[in-house]
Design a protein around this ligand. Structure first.
Ligand SMILES: [Zn+2]
Ligand SMILES: [Zn+2]
Length: 125
């Protein structure tokens, strides 16, 4: 019985050197998905005695998305486009009117206005 208590089975994940790709889940603009090799290792008395057949997984460093196949660039692009249309359909958040500290004119500060449309100075939100 002692054998079963000391023996352990743990997957070992190693990142393989391959060019990363973009994540279809978090849509990070930079490539965050790396190819990893996951291999189950059976250890007895902390000595690996058996290595199982490896599995190859694509794992996103950012959101931990995991896939068995390489994320398709076209798929990522389509999801991004869908997300963008969804965002455009929603009205922009309005934070109300604010006075420009430089020219004293009233500006309707929405989420996208960073500069005063009258004098061009940055709007502090
Ligand atoms: Zn991700
Ligand atoms: Zn101004």
């Amino acid at each position: 019985m002692i054998f079963f208590l000391i023996g352990s089975l743990a997957p070992q994940i190693t990142r393989l050197s391959s060019s990363p790709v973009r994540c279809p889940s978090c849509l990070d603009p930079s490539p965050t998905v790396f190819l990893n090799k996951s291999q189950n290792k059976l250890s007895v008395f902390f000595i690996p005695v058996w290595w199982f057949k490896p599995k190859y997984l694509w794992i996103c460093e950012r959101c931990k998305w995991t896939g068995s196949t390489r994320p398709n660039d076209e798929q990522v692009r389509q999801r991004e486009e869908a997300e963008l249309t969804l965002r455009q359909r929603q009205p922009l958040p309005t934070w109300g009117l604010r006075k420009c500290k430089t020219c004293d004119k009233e500006i309707n500060v929405s989420g996208r206005i960073k500069y005063c449309p009258y004098c061009g100075s940055p709007v502090q939100v």
